[in-house]
Design a protein around this ligand. Structure first.
Ligand code: CIR
Length: 253
């Protein structure tokens, strides 16, 4: 059974970082209910959902994808670019070890957020952003080259992370909204979607896509391509520049 690591949101979520939109109040009760529904969608699709220990002093800890990235049996523990997120990696590392993963760390002074990593086959696209430094990209390249992964750096200028702009369908087609994609030609196969939130898909399996309720036209487009969609309302996390991908780390072995 594939494993999904998640991290329960704590009371400090209301103080999460907002960079790419006007700040809006966060409804904590609604956020927790939305998080439970997100976890429920993963479980219903056959994922073994495991909670990483909470990091309630870190308002953005629920966005667990930024703290570690898994490649086969290797967990790369990141070095988040936002200082308030630095302590998130401690519990993430313990969770990786509990899962029996080999662990390596991104070392200072580099910074690296997991949301900047998009895996398509054995290609790893890495966004160069305000959170992920050139040095971070190069460290990942050095870690992964001997393991048979190719790292490709891509520019990201208008959103927080690479995966705020693009994700990929099960057949490897990269999907994104053209307002947020700096260079669609970086990807061998690219499909433009009609809504920004439609660019965010979690692959539940080869046929089912988990996505936000905030992109109904894109969901319809994916269904016309033969996929099934599972849509969850994550409005409280979207107010904090989050999306469906960053709320879990999927481990497929
Ligand atoms: C942050 O600014 O770090 C959080 N408020 C949102 C992080 C979202 N993570 C992601 O897209 N991978």
């Amino acid at each position: 059974m594939p494993i999904a690591l998640v991290r329960r949101p704590g009371p400090s979520l209301v103080d999460g970082i907002v960079t790419h939109q006007e700040p809006q109040p966060i409804d904590l009760v609604l956020a927790l209910a939305q998080w439970e529904a997100y976890v429920g969608a993963l479980r219903s699709a056959g994922w073994d959902v495991t909670e990483v220990e909470p990091a309630d002093d870190c308002p953005d800890a629920v966005f667990v994808e930024d703290a570690l990235v898994v490649f086969d049996d290797l967990a790369v523990i990141t070095r988040p670019g936002a200082p308030s997120r630095a302590a998130e990696v401690e519990g993430a590392e313990r969770a990786a070890i509990t899962q029996g993963l080999e662990v390596v760390r991104i070392e200072p002074p580099a910074t690296f957020d997991g949301g900047d990593v998009l895996k398509v086959g054995r290609t790893v696209y890495v966004g160069r952003t305000a959170r992920t430094s050139d040095d971070g990209v190069e460290q990942l390249r050095a870690i992964l080259a001997p393991r048979g992964w190719e790292v490709v750096g891509v520019p990201v200028t208008s959103v927080l992370h690479l995966k705020s702009a693009v994700t990929a369908l099960p057949d490897g087609t990269v999907v994104g909204h053209l307002d947020h994609v700096d260079d669609a030609s970086a990807y061998p196969r690219f499909l433009a979607v009609p809504e920004p939130a439609g660019a965010h898909v979690v692959l539940l399996d080869d046929h089912r896509l988990l996505m936000s309720t905030g992109a109904p036209a894109t969901a319809e487009m994916y269904r016309s391509l033969g996929y099934r969609t599972v849509e969850v309302d994550i409005s409280e996390f979207e107010k904090l520049d989050g999306c469906v991908t960053c709320l879990s780390v999927r481990i497929r072995r």
